[in-house]
Structures are given as structure tokens and as C-alpha cells.
Design a protein around this ligand. Structure first.
Ligand code: FES
Ligand SMILES: [Fe+2]
Length: 329
């Protein structure tokens, strides 16, 4: 394993399907050992904050949403995410309904997913995949827990050699690699453009792709942090798939024991003919494609030293440049 590939890079993480987070509902979790709560206020806006109450440290998932705040379950203070610094200890007496500020996390809703950016000394990177206009597309979503290290899953998205063994695709010509412009002085992402052709014996999904494409597919895979966007042109059909991985485990968990929640947001242009039918077909085809990957990455103990695959080398080099989430002092 390349030691520089961080378990929890400082980046945007998809943590939920947005329509599943209803007003007044609170979600909680951790990223790199930093614990958060995310909730939808009564007015419907998304808020995110440190998980522990600045008063005496009760976990705010046990509270309740009141207007734009969380009323802490222990003493009833209204906790308002607003500062960019960790909250100072509260020394004055508190009473039910008093207001306390706490550290906010950056949270946005994009492509039908809720994305979080852990607190950092620098402003967050620009939102993920901002080159795609989500409002021009129809979207469908799903998520699933997988017994795999997210890094093996992202690596898989750039592994040229597995295209033939797992997906029955042959790469045509040489893949091309490009960097996205940096965000501030941080690397934002990179992408791989390539063409492939469908080989035989790939099952029903490959047969459908072969029929639609006339044999040749043009693809772009863009990696930003722990997520990959796949844009494909299959004959006259264009699809976009965003696959965002959310690591579940402590950094010292052995790779073959790690679990990852994977979110998929799949889209076709609204202007496409029979767009809803196309979206249904795109979803079936992407998920069939991914099922083949899950079979090979589950319980993998990934090692990258000496690997010659150009796609694996490129994604490893990019990942090694990302900063890591800084745990609390
Ligand atoms: S611990 Fe939250 S108000 Fe006291
Ligand atoms: Fe794959």
C-alpha cells in the first residue's frame, strides 16, 4: 500500500441521499475521527455542526430540531452552527432555550446528495463536480454498504487492466490524463479520457451496450477526493454517474475488514428523447457494471507498490497529494 494514500482526505463527502433527510431529522457520523450532526431545519435548509454540545458535551443526535437550531437533549440549550472555530467551553449558567453557538461544517445539496466538508483552516474546495449542471439532468439515486476499502473502489475506477477481465471491455488507443485546476493551492481532481470497445461474453448488460454503441464507447472518469464521476457517450446516448464513497471505519482498521457506504447518482440530459426511459436503462446498466466490481474489491488487501497500470499510478499520485483531515488536538 502506498503510505501516502490517506484514509480520510480533506474533501467533500457524500453522506446521504438528500430526499431521505426530512425537515427536523438529524443524521450523525464521523469523518477522520471528527464527529458531526447534519439536520434539516424547520424551514428546510441543511445545517451541519460538531456533534457534541458546547455546554457539557451531550451528543446532539439526541436533541430535536427547533427552527434553525438543535435543542440539546440534556439541558435544552438551542445550539446554532455558526462559528468556524471549535466552540469555547461554556462557563455561564445555562437554561432551557438559551442560545449557544457551535462550529459549523460546510454542507451542500448537489446532484440529490448531501455533501459535507470537514472543518479546515482553509476555506473548502469548490463544490464537487461543478462542471456538471445538475438542473439540466434527470437524476436517480441509490446507496449500499460494501465490505471493501473505499480506496480499492476508487482505484478500480482507473484500473485499465481490469476493464478486460471484469468488464469485457478492450481499451482502444491510449488513455489520456488531465488535472482539474487547483482549488486555492489544493489539488481539486483529475480525469482520465479513454475509448473502449465491448468484447463478447460480458452478459446482458454488455450486449445492450454493444447494440447501442455500435461498438465504440467514449468515457471520462473524474476523481475528486473519495468520489468518481463517470461520463459516457454510447452512440447517441450520454449518461453521467457520480459514485461517492463514504469510509466507515477507524483509520487503523485492516484494509480487508473495512466497509464503505457507496452512493450513486445517475443522470441523463433532460432534453434526451424518452429521458425517463433512458434514465431507467442507464441505472440498470451502471448498477450491473458496478456489481461486477463489488465482486472483486470486497475484502481486498490492496497493495500498490510496483503496480505498472498507468491508471492506477495516476490515481495513486493524485490521492497522495491530498491533505488529511486533522483530528482534534
Ligand atoms: S449539554 Fe447540551 S445544553 Fe447542556
Ligand atoms: Fe470496474
Amino acid at each position: 500500500m502506498t503510505p501516502n494514500w490517506k484514509h480520510y482526505p480533506q474533501t467533500w463527502y457524500a453522506i446521504a441521499i438528500a430526499r431521505q433527510l426530512k425537515p427536523k431529522q438529524i443524521l450523525s457520523g464521523q469523518l477522520g475521527g471528527l464527529h458531526y450532526v447534519v439536520y434539516r431545519s424547520e424551514s428546510g435548509s441543511l445545517k451541519a455542526a460538531d456533534a457534541f454540545c458546547p455546554h457539557m458535551g451531550a451528543h446532539l443526535k439526541g436533541g430535536s430540531v427547533v427552527q434553525e437550531a438543535i435543542a440539546c437533549g440534556l439541558h435544552g440549550c438551542h445550539i446554532i452552527p455558526q462559528s468556524q472555530d471549535a466552540a469555547a467551553p461554556v462557563t455561564q449558567a445555562v437554561q432551557q432555550g438559551c442560545c449557544l453557538a457551535t462550529r459549523a461544517w460546510h454542507v451542500i445539496e448537489r446532484f440529490g446528495l448531501v455533501w459535507l466538508y470537514p472543518p479546515a483552516p482553509q476555506a473548502p474546495a469548490i463544490p464537487p463536480f461543478n462542471m456538471v449542471n445538475e438542473h439540466d439532468h434527470l437524476w436517480t439515486h441509490t446507496d449500499r454498504l460494501i465490505a471493501a476499502d473505499w480506496r480499492a473502489m476508487i482505484c478500480n475506477g482507473f484500473d485499465i487492466s481490469h476493464m478486460q477481465t471484469v468488464h469485457q471491455r478492450q481499451i482502444v488507443g491510449e488513455p489520456q490524463f488531465f488535472r482539474l485546476p487547483d482549488s486555492g493551492n489544493r489539488p481539486q481532481g483529475f480525469y482520465m479520457d479513454y475509448q473502449s470497445r465491448v468484447l463478447e461474453h460480458g452478459g446482458w448488460s454488455s450486449a445492450v451496450i454493444q447494440k447501442l454503441s455500435g461498438g465504440r464507447l467514449a468515457l471520462r472518469h473524474t476523481c475528486i477526493g473519495t468520489a468518481v464521476m463517470v461520463q459516457s457517450k454510447v452512440g447517441a446516448f450520454q449518461t453521467t454517474g457520480i459514485f461517492a464513497t463514504l469510509p466507515q471505519d477507524a483509520p487503523d482498521t485492516p484494509p480487508e475488514q473495512r466497509r464503505t457506504r457507496a452512493f450513486a447518482a445517475i443522470a441523463v440530459p433532460k432534453a434526451a428523447p424518452y429521458a425517463r426511459a433512458q434514465l431507467f436503462a442507464a441505472r440498470m446498466l451502471y448498477l450491473a457494471f458496478l456489481r461486477k466490481d463489488f465482486g472483486v474489491v470486497e475484502n481486498m488487501r490492496m497493495r500498490l507498490d510496483g503496480v505498472a497500470d498507468i491508471g492506477v499510478q495516476q490515481v495513486s499520485a493524485f490521492q497522495s497529494e491530498l491533505a488529511e483531515i486533522q483530528p482534534e488536538p
